[in-house]
Design a binder for this molecule. Structure first.
Ligand SMILES: *Cc1c(COP(=O)(O)O)cnc(C)c1O
Length: 427
């Protein structure tokens, strides 16, 4: 694998940007070595500046469920850009995307568009606090909800990767409003809520955790979460920024049949452009300005280009055959990887929910942050680089989910499984 041009760009980048990147996990710190620089992408493939081609299972960390640069979206964006890139005034496109989102997520009776998943979770929490008049937030260890001050506590993703779950610069007083519980622990949840409910505004959760790999909720965990929050007037926020349109068309809430009060979306709904959204029950969303007293705004929110990419993406996802096809691709990869590990006699745990997945190098059943940490990070490191050399681009950290897209072909999957088998053998 040639990396000369990437290395050169990296040495320039580190002079002008922290770590040479604009988002920490891109820096490859968790797997050692330096990042590769991308020049273009199409379908399931990304191309780097040295001429290497990779089958991509990062997909911009989740958004690109159709693959890179799908022709429908490229065409719609070209047309849209001619009409101007932002107006700071309402458009029909915003209604159209909101309606498409609501079709998939009926619990989102009213929706506000923002520019990122972080903005969505930050705003949803503010609304929950405004609505309840309470301050405290319950989150789960290893769940990542963007880089919101009060939520950067035991936050998975980059934090987990670097072993610094708490960020500098977050005042203790902010973090002290956050209660952290282990995921999948219903007893801890019940006793904490019963003791502290008078102060608790909301519980925020990734219903399938994608920022510690991929961790599924135990059979009745989400049900109990719903029942307990309902009982004590606590707002239940599903952070479906990653799981939305990934676990199923209607996200984890549709798949598990649990209706939260508020939902946060991002990633897929922007079709590769910067979008987030939050929404939920009418009486809660009525708190949002200008209807209510919870302030939240955005110069570029509801941006026409981002709305266009989102609309075109959801239109394709809405077709009956799309998820059937995604399921076939995902199942082929799942079965192939499991089989490859078995044949090579490498112990791994593989989990997936819809089109997101993780292969943990551990023999322990992964159900929360503690069990996720049993994974052999040195092994993952080797696995990552050997796969990269074979043309397979995986997340540069054990604690990130992988994704497939509609454009991953049978051939892509076969090549990936073969590479995985050979790599497992080499470990
Ligand atoms: C990615 C992610 C976020 C943050 O979204 P950004 O667009 O990166 O701000 C929040 N929550 C979850 C579950 C995510 O996966």
């Amino acid at each position: 694998m040639k990396t000369k041009k990437s290395q050169k760009l990296y040495s320039k980048a580190i002079k002008i940007m922290p770590g040479g990147v604009n988002s920490p996990v891109r820096a490859f710190k968790a797997v050692g070595g330096n990042p590769i620089f991308i020049s273009k992408a199409k379908g399931s493939k990304i191309y780097d500046v040295d001429g290497n081609i990779f089958i991509d299972y990062v997909l911009s960390w989740g958004p690109l469920i159709l693959g890179h640069a799908p022709k429908e979206i490229v065409k719609a964006l070209k047309k849209a850009v001619e009409k101007g890139t932002s107006y700071g005034a309402p458009t029909k496109l915003e209604i159209e995307l909101a309606e498409l989102v609501k079709k998939a997520f009926p619990s989102m009776e009213k929706i506000r568009m923002v520019n990122s998943g972080t903005e969505a979770t930050m705003s949803a929490i503010r609304v929950a606090r405004g609505f309840t008049g309470r301050a405290k937030v319950i989150k789960f260890e290893g769940c990542y909800h963007g880089h919101v001050d009060g939520l950067l506590v035991a936050a998975g993703s980059g934090g987990e990767t670097f072993g610094i779950p708490d960020s500098l610069g977050v005042p203790k007083t902010y973090a002290s409003e956050t209660i952290v519980l282990p995921f999948n622990d219903k007893e801890a949840l019940k006793s904490t809520i019963e003791k502290n409910w008078r102060d608790i505004a909301c519980v925020i959760v990734e219903p399938v955790v994608g920022n510690m790999g991929c961790i599924l909720p135990k059979e009745d965990f989400l049900e109990i979460l719903r029942a307990e929050t309902q009982k004590y007037g606590i707002v239940l926020i599903f952070d479906e920024v990653m799981t939305g349109f990934r676990v199923s068309f209607g996200g984890a809430q549709s798949y598990y049949g649990i209706t939260p009060d508020l939902t946060c979306l991002g990633k897929v709904i922007g079709g590769g452009l910067p979008v987030g959204a939050y929404g939920g029950k009418k009486e809660i969303m009525q708190m949002v300005a200008p209807d209510g007293g919870v302030y939240q705004a955005g110069t570029l929110s509801g941006n026409p280009l981002a709305m266009t990419a989102g609309i075109e993406t959801l239109k394709i996802l809405k077709k009956g055959s799309t998820y059937k096809k995604l399921e076939e691709i995902m199942r082929a990869l799942e079965e192939g990887l499991k089989d490859a590990a078995k044949r090579a006699d490498v112990k791994v745990k593989f989990y997936r929910a819809g089109t997101m997945f993780c292969t943990y190098f551990t023999e322990t059943e992964v159900i929360d942050a503690k069990t996720a940490r049993t994974a052999d990070l040195e092994k993952y490191k080797k696995f990552f680089w050997k796969m990269l050399e074979k043309g397979i681009y995986l997340a540069p950290s054990q604690f990130e989910a992988g994704f497939i897209s509609l454009s991953h072909s049978k051939k892509d999957i076969e090549k990936t499984v073969q590479a995985a088998y050979n790599t497992f053998k080499e470990l």
